[in-house]
Design a protein around this ligand. Structure first.
Ligand code: ZN
Length: 132
């Protein structure tokens, strides 16, 4: 049987060079490649996290503004136009009747056309966790 370098050697996850020495679970050819790879992965994660946090904050601003103005419902197209993104919530609870969504300490229900039953939760578990 012939020696097959493709199978017997591991490629560096950063530069793709073969790793010819060291432990078999080694993933990088050098410290530089390891740092480069991890830093890039970290910055992708930070960008993703800040996008999610930004969307949650935007949703919260909109819901909070509605509550402060005395409203407990809004037409969904209006909310979408203000920048509400229904994909982001901090939790959702499904009951037999409907699904209750939460954005930090504000809860709401959603239909195809409206956000409704918008109200503030006095001490939401999510809010408690954040303040600990
Ligand atoms: Zn490398």
């Amino acid at each position: 049987m012939q020696y097959n370098e493709e199978i017997d050697s591991v490629k560096c996850l950063e530069c793709g060079n073969n790793i010819k020495y060291g432990r078999s679970d080694k993933k990088f050819c050098c410290e530089g490649c390891k740092n480069k790879f991890n830093n890039r992965r970290k910055s992708v994660m930070i960008r993703l996290q800040s996008r999610v946090i930004h969307s949650l904050d935007k949703n919260y601003q909109i819901l909070d503004k509605l509550l402060r103005s005395g409203a407990d419902s809004v037409m969904l197209p209006d909310a979408l136009q203000w920048g509400f993104n229904p994909e982001y919530m901090t939790s959702c609870t499904r009951s037999r009747m409907r699904t209750i969504y939460r954005c930090y300490d504000i809860k709401y229900c959603k239909s195809d056309t409206r956000l409704f039953n918008i109200s503030r939760i006095p001490s939401a578990p999510v809010a408690d966790k954040r303040s600990q």
